[in-house]
Design a protein around this ligand. Structure first.
Ligand code: F6P
Length: 365
């Protein structure tokens, strides 16, 4: 017999389309199969702390186009390495809270979990799945860096938001004959910067996968000015780095499945461009704007397909799987195939080749 009561949680950084998945999960389960659903608040933290709410058709009405998540999320709580208060010297006390998660699931009669999250959330699910509670993952992230799926929902909306912002920077940079360096999210993957950089016609695109040489960027900006274009737009991924140097880390978050938060490379690039070229330069850090707002149509559709498929696969007996999109088809793959890995931009990606052929500089020879 398939599951009769399913718990749903959203983990990791939020992204547009989470509510569309929750809606599809709840409606498919309750309307399609008479299976009950409950929501777990604030990701794995809610499972550890037993914060669970009922979810029915009414609770998910009108949320399809809303950004964020009605369940709340958390990118710091990992059940197996849970920060449970502080010890005597003020340091976070890290404990294994897997049993507390299982106890919450048992108390609420949950016989499966739908976990909507990125790489960190999927990795956090592994001990729970191994302890016997069936888990099905739904891949979200604006970073688009989950292995096994051609696309994560949230990415298309974020790329569109970033493109619009870069377009806006374009007009002000051109008016002032300045260089504007825009730092974009994406962690160690350059998908968001590559796509929005190409879509907005950025002059320079700096990706984590292609460590750059500052002199190549500066020469390019200078040659544009010499050729009559006084301004340049540099789309710089937060994970981009100077060849031979480390990535720039903004902070470390204790207890988080991925404690490193990147940031600062944009300002560093702006400083060196201004110093070396003498051209007035500004930095914009796009930040969490990229994660907010209503999902675009394509993300609403993908999120709905993923949420629906998660329930259908569970009812067909799938356990410890992740729903993925492969060549236009929704399938599922083993959770373990996804955890602890990142899907990076191949350095010979056709979009990089196309951009180079139309004159975009990637900071390398
Ligand atoms: O993974 C999504 C993401 O937005 C990354 O692009 C970014 O590096 C990180 O989360 C930011 O995390 P936080 O919300 O903790 O600042």
């Amino acid at each position: 017999m398939g599951p009769r009561r399913i718990g749903v949680l959203t983990g990791g950084g939020d992204c547009p389309g989470l509510n569309a998945v929750i809606r599809a999960v709840v409606k498919t389960a309750t309307l399609g199969h008479g299976v009950e659903t409950v929501g777990i608040l604030d990701g794995y933290q809610g499972l550890v702390e037993d914060r669970v709410v009922p979810l029915d058709r009414d609770s998910v009405s009108g949320i399809l186009d809303q950004g964020g998540t009605i369940l709340g999320t958390n990118n710091r709580a990992a059940p197996a390495r849970y920060a449970d208060g502080t010890d005597a010297d003020g340091k976070p006390r890290i404990v294994d809270a897997t049993d507390r998660c299982l106890a919450t699931a048992q108390k609420h009669g949950l016989d499966a979990l739908v976990v909507i999250g990125g790489d960190g959330t999927m990795s956090c699910s592994a001990p729970i799945a191994q302890a016997g509670l069936p888990v099905i993952g739904v891949p979200k992230t604006i970073d688009n860096d989950l292995v096994g799926t051609d696309l994560t929902f949230g990415f298309t909306t974020a790329a569109s938001t970033a493109t619009e912002s870069l377009d806006r920077l374009h007009t002000t940079a051109e008016s002032h004959h300045r260089v504007i360096v825009c730092e974009l999210m994406g962690r160690n993957a350059g998908w968001l910067t590559l796509e929005s950089g190409v879509a907005s016609g950025a002059d320079v695109i700096l990706l984590p996968e292609l460590p750059f040489q500052p002199e190549v960027v500066c020469d390019f900006v200078q040659s544009r000015r010499a050729g009559g274009r006084g301004f340049s737009i540099v789309a710089c991924a937060e994970g981009a780095r100077i060849a031979g140097q480390e990535t720039v880390v903004a902070r470390r978050v204790q207890g988080s499945p991925d404690p490193i938060r990147l940031g600062g490379i944009g300002a560093l690039v702006a400083d060196l461009v201004e110093r070396e070229t003498g051209i007035e330069t500004r930095t914009t850090v796009l930040g969490h704007v990229q994660r907010g707002g209503a999902p675009v149509a394509a993300d609403r559709v993908l999120a709905t397909q993923f949420g629906h498929a998660a329930v259908e696969f569970l009812l067909q007996g799938a356990k410890n799987q992740v729903v993925v999109l492969r060549n236009g088809t929704i399938e599922h793959i083993d959770l373990m195939e996804v955890t602890g890995k990142q899907r990076l931009v191949p350095t010979d990606h056709p979009l990089i080749r196309a951009a180079r052929s139309i004159g975009t500089c990637f900071g390398v020879q």
